[in-house]
Design a protein around this ligand. Sequence first.
Ligand code: MN
Length: 235
Amino acid sequence: MPTDTQPAWVIPPPPSVTVPIKASPQRFPIHRVYCVGRNYAAHAVEMGHDPDREPPFFFQKNPDNVLAGSDLVFPYPGASTDVHHEIELVVALARGGMDIPVAQALDCVWGYAVGLDMTRRDLQGEAKRQGRPWEVGKAFEYSAPCSPLAAAAEIGHPTQGRVWLTVNGQPRQAGDLAQMIWKVPEIIAYLSRLFTLRPGDLIMTGTPAGVGPVQRGDVLLGGIDGVGQVRVTVS
Ligand code: MN
């Protein structure tokens, strides 16, 4: 019988999606996944845009698009023949709010991870041309591989450090966190004027130059100095 504390679901409630914590049995539950576009000048240029400091813009992935762990298998998605890797610093929030001042933004951060904003570039390109939303290009199944989280209490708040990705051992992407156009506290402050941020939110902070296509069988190894690494096999 249903009670106040035990609702009677008409279907089973979806499981919560979580990210493992480095060297810990605990896990981080995901609320939302925000992503920043064009946050490294060299990547903005390679995508045909102006590298000037325009206001940041955002899109979202679905929480259950996250594939979390240190050694992952990414199934090549349907409906695309041009799936790209984008290596990114991921910020995990322990606290949220609205209109968060830049000076207090880092107080919201639980920790950091290494993520991949996998992108169906052909579908994203068509959406851009047609002035349509980006979801079909960005928010598909398994589109957000993510390493285990490192606690800010242990690693601090990284503002510099190499961001890199190899494919089958060959260098593909290379940059440095210091090249981010909008820094982590500014991103949190800006997002909090657009959305109510919540504990459990992840923010993917943009990718450096060198994005490119993946093929079935490729092994992607990505890392951020001081944060961690993630290995992704495309199946
Ligand atoms: Mn991205």
